[in-house]
Write a protein that binds this ligand. Structure first.
Ligand code: APR
Length: 309
């Protein structure tokens, strides 16, 4: 049967993701936005590229949630991006309304979908989307770690003059300033970077990855990163659509794992057709565990701020 991905928010990230899915031919795409006729225009443009890509995907744009019915995957990118000087957390109140509304509207017509949340501040928005959806936790996942890891992989590859495809990295914790890149789990074809680079260089690369989103916001001046976030969401959607059982760092609901209870935060998970099929518990050392707890506390603080506590 044909697969369907609905993308809520046809802005820079949403449209880039629609293009990636259509190019791959993996699924049909429904591009939803509140902006009148804009998703229809972008969908038409992408549709007209499909014959050139040899893709059989159908891409449509809509302003009606009903058209997102029977989706296998729903990706929420709706909301507002950062401007220079803003942190992801500054988007809290405006995007909370948007994500709550999107999540509660899509579930009625796609009760079996897996929801992937991209909107920032992502871990908090994923928690809200889960609450608003009423879905089991495994079917609501946040996109952060895949992107943060890709950024670290890029900088390590540049530093060593190797292919980014040969670099693996693991970034845990919240998709924010307190994210936790793990050098111990960052390797070039299995070789730990600590054996290839001195610790000052490693710290420098980690700092750049941590600041990766802000670096792009600063360069663009208007808008924020879209191509890498879309590629990261695509990797997650593909893992669900093809039941790939990929091990990816994603924001998942923790119910005691890593000592964290009742909170979405970035951890390694196995992604397949059911969404988060397993949370992988790495043996963290004391410093890593402390940093993860700190990151989780900052996610929790934002949730409490939103709830007026
Ligand atoms: N319902 C649906 N779409 C909405 C709503 C809503 N209630 N409110 C806003 N939108 C749409 C806007 O019309 C816009 O087209 O969301 C889209 C957001 O697109 P951009 O402004 O281009 O933002 P983008 O760069 O795609 O980032 C979206 O992803 O990475 C995160 O921080 C980023 O939170 C931001 C989100």
């Amino acid at each position: 049967m044909r697969k369907k991905v609905s993308i809520i928010g046809a802005g820079n990230v949403g449209a880039s993701l629609a293009q990636l899915i259509a190019h791959s031919g993996l699924a049909d795409v429904m591009l939803f936005d509140i902006a009148e006729s804009m998703p229809q225009g972008k969908a038409l443009d992408i549709s007209e590229a499909c014959p050139l890509w040899g893709s059989s995907s159908f891409v449509r744009g809509t302003n009606d949630y009903q058209d997102t019915e029977c989706s296998d995957v729903i990706v929420i990118t709706a909301g507002f991006p950062r401007r220079p000087g803003m942190s992801r957390d500054d988007l809290l109140y405006a995007n909370a309304e948007v994500v709550r509304e999107s999540a509660s509207r899509v579930v009625g017509v796609s009760p079996n979908a897996v929801i992937i949340v991209v909107t920032n501040p992502m871990d908090v928005m994923t928690q809200l989307a889960w609450q608003a959806s009423g879905f089991p936790t495994r079917r609501v996942i946040g996109m952060g770690g895949v992107l943060d890891s890709a950024r670290l992989r890029t900088f390590v590859a540049w530093e060593l003059g190797v292919s980014p495809a040969d670099v693996e990295a693991m970034v845990l914790g919240g998709h924010g300033d307190e994210m936790l890149p793990l050098p111990r789990f960052t390797t070039v074809k299995g070789v730990p970077i600590a054996t290839l680079l001195d610790s000052t260089r490693v710290e420098g690369l980690i700092g750049r990855a941590r600041n990766g989103g802000a670096e792009i916001v600063g360069l663009l001046k208007h808008g924020s990163a879209c191509y890498a976030p879309a590629a990261a969401a695509f990797q997650m959607a593909k893992a669900v659509l093809l039941d790939e059982k990929r091990l990816l760092p994603c924001s998942a609901y923790l119910d005691g794992q890593y000592g964290i209870i009742g909170l979405y935060a970035g951890v390694p998970v196995i992604i397949g057709k059911e969404g988060v099929e397993r949370i992988v518990e790495l043996k963290l050392d004391e410093a890593e565990m402390k940093a993860l707890e700190k990151s989780a506390r900052s996610i929790k603080a934002l949730i409490e701020k939103l709830e007026g506590r």
